[in-house]
Design a protein around this ligand. Structure first.
Ligand SMILES: N#Cc1ccccc1-c1cc(NCCCN2CCCCC2)c2ccccc2n1
Length: 195
C-alpha cells in the first residue's frame, strides 16, 4: 500500500543517545504542529553495539526535563516479546502494528536497532549526526539498488551552523543538553522545510 506519509529515520552510532533524542524531539514537534499523522518517524544505529537496549538514561532524563515524551518502557517491569524464527532479528515492530497501537493511544517501547537495507528503500530522509555515520550510511546505501533515501547530516539544518552533533556517550549531562538543543534547532527547520 502506497504511503502518502513522509518518512524520516534518525541515525547515530548506537541508537541509544543522539538518534532517540532527535526522534523524540521531531515527534513532539510534528505532534504539536498537528502533522504527526503525516510522518513515519524512527531511529536506528550504524553499529550493533546496543541492539535491543533502551535509550540511555541520561538522554531520557534530558527529555523528561524538557517535557518531551520518549518511546521507552517504565523500568519497574521487565516485559519483553520474542519470535520462534530469526527472520526479523534486529528489526523494529511492523509499521502497521505500530500505527494500530498508536491509534489506540498505546505507546510502544523504543529499542536500539541497526539500519537495514530496506531502510534505504522505505525512508524519504535518513538524517545522521556525524561524518562517521554519514560515511557508514553511504557505504551501505551503495549496496542497495533503487535507494530513495536522502542521506544528510541533521546538523545541515542548524541555523547556528553547528554541522556535527557530537557523540555524548563518554560525556555528561551538559553534553546531552547540547545534543538536545541542536536537535531542537535542526528538527524545527527540517519540519518547516518539509511541511
Ligand atoms: N566506539 C566508540 C566511541 C568513540 C568515541 C566516542 C564514543 C564512542 C562510543 C562508544 C560506545 N560504546 C563503547 C564501545 C563499544 N564497543 C566498541 C567495540 C566493539 C564492541 C562495542 C557507544 C555505545 C552506544 C552509543 C554510542 C557509543 N559511542
Amino acid at each position: 500500500m502506497a504511503s502518502s506519509r513522509k518518512s524520516v529515520l534518525f541515525v547515530c552510532l548506537g541508537n541509544i543517545c543522539r538518534s532517540p533524542i532527535a526522534e523524540a524531539v521531531f515527534t513532539k514537534m510534528a505532534t504539536d504542529a498537528g502533522v504527526d499523522n503525516k510522518w513515519r518517524i524512527d531511529s536506528a544505529a550504524t553499529s550493533t553495539y546496543e541492539i535491543g537496549n533502551s535509550p540511555d538514561h541520561r538522554g531520557q532524563a534530558c527529555l523528561k526535563k524538557h517535557g518531551v515524551p520518549m518511546r521507552h518502557v517504565a523500568r519497574q517491569w521487565v516485559i519483553d516479546s520474542g519470535a520462534t524464527s530469526d527472520w526479523n532479528t534486529g528489526s523494529s515492530p511492523d509499521d502497521r502494528g505500530l500505527a494500530c497501537l498508536a491509534n489506540h493511544g498505546i505507546e510502544t517501547k523504543h529499542r536500539a536497532r541497526q539500519v537495514m537495507k530496506e531502510d534505504f528503500l522505505n525512508f524519504d530522509f535518513i538524517l545522521c549526526m556525524d561524518e562517521n555515520n554519514l560515511s557508514d550510511l553511504k557505504k551501505k546505501a551503495n549496496t542497495v539498488k533503487n535507494s530513495k533515501a536522502k542521506i544528510e547530516l541533521l546538523g545541515s539544518y542548524d541555523p547556528e551552523k553547528q554541522l556535527i552533533i557530537k557523540d555524548p556517550y563518554y560525556g555528561h549531562e551538559d553534553d546531552f543538553e547540547n545534543v538536545y538543543e541542536q536537535c531542537v534547532r535542526c528538527c524545527k527547520v527540517f519540519l518547516e522545510r518539509n511541511s
